[in-house]
Design a protein around this ligand. Structure first.
Ligand code: B16
Ligand code: MG
Length: 218
């Protein structure tokens, strides 16, 4: 297949900020008397900040407990804590084989886009010193519906001027793989087969991402 573009998720694919999101949500949940664990956190991956808060409130039977202003304040307080965790981020936090993969794609004139649900994505790419590799960073607030809907990956393909069938999508979350599949791209899932069995290709970590993409491109 003649793929011409690769559209990446950020958190959990390019860097392990998924762990930082978990730490910050767990702290916020504790403060309002709700327990969350790692299994529940899996269901938040790829889900926007506001929707993640809603899911946490539903889990704690507190969905009608707060006004919208209070919810905005809770989401802001989670993000403020998350931003302090991001201060530690350096290029050393880029996941294994990602730099090699991005360089390889550039050398082969493959378009590169970012389809992250995170409003912090431009800041994170800057801290990782990877911004220059990306032809496009999709603004998650510009699409109507977040992951698992296909909108953000479709928008990524549109912005790099390709049909979605010419693109490969790379994701670590269940919702994100559904988003890629429903946008009619080939999906690479990074992580466990248990959560990601709906991906076209599953690899356990980013270690073999460059070779996996190369093999799909021949
Ligand atoms: P922010 P991804 C997603 O990023 C995260 O997986 C998810 O946990 C987070 O809530 C969401 O971004 C929003 O992030 O609060 O920084 O705007 O995996 O789509 O790159
Ligand atoms: Mg992710």
């Amino acid at each position: 297949m003649n793929f011409k573009g690769v559209i990446f998720d950020l958190d959990g694919v390019i860097t392990d900020t998924a762990e930082y999101h978990y730490i910050a949500w767990k702290d916020l949940a504790n403060k309002i008397g709700i327990e969350i664990d790692e299994e529940f956190n899996e269901t938040l991956k790829g889900i926007s900040r506001g929707e993640s808060l809603e899911r946490i409130l539903v889990k704690g039977n507190k969905e009608n407990y707060f006004t919208q202003d209070e919810k905005d304040e809770l989401a802001k307080s989670k993000n403020d804590y998350y931003l302090t965790l991001l201060e530690k981020l350096t290029p050393d936090d880029v996941m294994e084989n990602i730099l090699e993969t991005l360089k390889h794609l550039k050398e082969n004139n493959i378009k590169i886009a970012l389809a992250s649900a995170s409003k912090n994505a431009p800041l994170i790419l800057d801290k990782l010193e990877l911004s220059s590799f990306f032809d496009v960073i999709v603004d998650p607030t510009s699409v109507k519906v977040g992951k698992p809907a296909p909108d953000i990956f479709l928008e990524g393909a549109r912005l790099i001027g390709l049909n979605s069938s010419e693109c490969i999508g790379v994701e670590d979350s269940e919702a994100g793989v559904t988003s890629i599949n429903d946008s009619n791209m080939l999906s690479i899932g990074i992580g466990s087969e248990t959560n990601l069995q709906h991906a076209n290709v599953v690899i356990p970590s980013t270690k073999i991402l460059k070779d996996t993409i190369s093999n799909l491109m021949v």
